[in-house]
Design a protein around this ligand. Structure first.
Ligand code: CP
Length: 310
């Protein structure tokens, strides 16, 4: 594997290799070992054209924990504001010696284009409404850790599927790993292409909740929303928000997830987000170990991943 652009391109063996490698990384981190020498001398560029908190910081933390050098690029304040193209920006960064470029871009397909222009590995950190493969990997890792399995797990992915790269990547990856996904959303927040996705679709959250092992709430992406088809925050919350009453419909072992950032009080209540059965903070921590595994596997460190540890 040279690039990670789509969760749909991962075979079951690829995906399990990432999850199992991430388990090794987590075990090392849990032993309070802060840094591995694995990617010493390698350079990872974080190329972010859209805002991010979790993804950008966790890629930086992951690369540093593997001893890579990190260059952080944010489009704001760069020559992009003078009109420089993605290709010229990428070639400039490559000239500075990038072994891997982690890219977030508002245009679906930007990481795919980038992979044709640079020699290093490209990792998709979210492209438009298309995909966010490392989010899906960290979500699968978090589910497997909490539930002990992925095969046969019933996962409800709820909310603004239309604008969600997280939903698409999760559907593709979870299907590959044997979980059963149901998308739950108002018809206006589902893409037309959903008919071809390997999952069920429902408009009725209350019917799906009692049958679910995992409920993944999606952020309502107001910044991408056309007011013509989004009723109101209150109406949305009444029909599709996960509040205390709906939470009570879940079975006792079911967990609640959210990729963040959250609209507390809209798609999820603060009480549910902060409950012990919410994995939201764990997902962030797991994001670092999963991204360590991805960088390690792509850059093929010259030393064993966990080698050289006392
Ligand atoms: N989940 C996620 O991608 O969060 P950020 O936008 O903060 O990176």
């Amino acid at each position: 594997m040279r690039h990670l652009i789509s969760a749909g391109e991962l075979t079951r063996a690829d995906a399990l290799l990432v999850l199992d490698t991430a388990e090794e990384m987590a075990r090392v981190t849990e032993r309070s070992i802060k840094k591995l020498p694995t990617l010493r001398g390698r350079t990872v560029v974080n190329l972010f054209f859209e805002d991010s908190t979790r993804t950008r910081i966790s890629f930086e933390a992951a690369a540093k924990r593997l001893s890579a050098d990190v260059i952080n690029f944010s489009a704001k304040g760069s020559s992009v504001s003078k009109g420089e193209s993605l290709k010229d920006t990428a070639l400039t960064l490559e000239a500075m010696g990038a072994d891997a470029v982690v890219i977030r871009h508002g245009a679906s397909g930007a990481p795919h284009r980038l992979a044709n222009w640079v020699r290093g590995s490209v990792v998709n950190a979210g492209d438009g409404t298309h995909e966010h493969p490392t989010q899906a990997l960290l979500d699968a890792f978090s589910m497997r850790r909490r539930m002990g399995r992925l095969e046969g797990l019933k996962v409800a992915v709820v909310g603004d599927v239309l604008h969600s790269r997280v939903a698409r990547s999760n559907v593709l990856l979870l299907h590959t790993l044997g979980a059963e996904v149901t998308l739950v959303a108002p018809p206006t927040l589902l893409p037309v292409s959903v008919e071809t996705w390997p999952c069920q679709v429902s408009y009725d959250l209350d019917a799906v909740l009692p049958k679910s092992d995992v409920v993944m709430m999606l952020r309502v992406q107001l910044e991408r929303m056309n007011a013509a088809y989004f009723p109101s925050a209150r109406e949305y919350s009444r029909r599709y928000g996960l509040d205390r009453d709906r939470f009570a419909r879940l079975h006792d072992d079911a967990i609640v997830m959210h990729p963040g950032p959250m609209n507390r009080g809209m798609e999820i209540s603060a009480e549910v987000a902060d409950s012990p059965r919410s994995t939201i903070v764990e997902q962030v921590a797991n994001g670092v170990t999963v991204r360590m595994a991805v960088l390690y596997l792509l850059l093929g460190g010259s030393e064993p991943a966990i080698g050289g540890i006392a």
